[in-house]
Design a binder for this molecule. Structure first.
Ligand code: SF4
Length: 245
């Protein structure tokens, strides 16, 4: 079982070095969750081309853009790797839509969070069950809320090591990497979608806006869905790992 002590062994100057260090430090299952944004596509490319035996998973909320499903298919074909889908619990979803309507998430923050809990957070728990490490495409400069994202941290919620191999890269660096390596990316990025989530909850951003401003644009405050926050709503970060050690 991984412990916070493994975090110190996860290092490296480049993202692929960090992924290799993670593989060496953690003997058990490592899960990479992708939502097919450009950061995730870069990581899929690195995992596949380096031949790392990480599990690739995605949360198929049922409300993704058609472009995302097309890119999912194209990515599997390009890399010869299956990306396992985790879908919402049918009974929970039927009850939610039955009570709140198909777009009930627009009506309040609580209903939006309840939708994310059913369509994303619960399936994520199944995706990570039994894993020792979780790889994400988080970057520190995606938003003010993500400014404290670390390369590796102990996630007390899921009891595993959470790794963000692109944590210190800028968006421009990721874009340059994707172009140089001919990584398949979503056509939505060229239309102003910097962060891509569910179709009804994501819009393009205007020049100068925060990268995640297009997520749940009708709400004020932090732009997170519950996947990367602890029980108190804070983003999991490196000092949490030290506290848990
Ligand atoms: Fe539901 Fe929107 Fe959250 Fe997707 S992003 S799970 S549609 S509230």
């Amino acid at each position: 079982m991984s412990t916070p002590a493994a975090i110190d062994a996860i290092a490296g100057a480049t993202p692929v070095e960090r992924l290799r260090a993670l593989r060496a430090a953690v003997p058990g299952r490592i899960v990479f969750t992708t939502s097919f944004g450009i950061e995730d596509q870069a990581i899929t490319h690195l995992i596949a081309t380096a031949g790392l035996d990480f599990e690739l998973a995605t949360l198929d909320t049922g409300r993704l853009f058609p472009e995302t499903y097309e890119l999912w298919d194209r990515t599997e074909a390009r890399y010869g790797r299956r990306i396992r889908a985790f879908q919402p619990d049918r009974d929970a979803l039927e009850a939610y839509v039955g009570s709140n309507g198909v777009n009930g998430f627009y009506n309040s923050i609580e209903l939006r969070q309840a939708c994310c809990a059913i369509r994303k957070v619960e399936p994520l728990g199944r995706a990570l069950a039994g894993a020792e490490a979780w790889v994400t495409g988080l970057r520190a400069d995606q938003s003010g809320d993500r400014g404290a994202v670390a390369l590796a941290a102990w996630d007390a919620e899921y009891r595993l090591v959470k790794v963000a191999p692109l944590f210190d890269l800028s968006r421009d660096q990721v874009v340059a990497f994707a172009e140089a390596e001919h990584v398949p990316i979503s056509p939505l990025h060229a239309k102003g979608f910097t962060s891509i989530g569910c179709a009804p909850c994501t819009r393009a951003i205007a020049p100068g806006e925060d990268e995640r401003a297009g997520r749940w644009w009708w709400e004020q405050g932090a732009k997170e869905c519950g996947l990367h926050v602890d029980g108190s709503g804070r983003l999991v970060r490196d000092d949490d790992a030290r506290a848990a050690a």
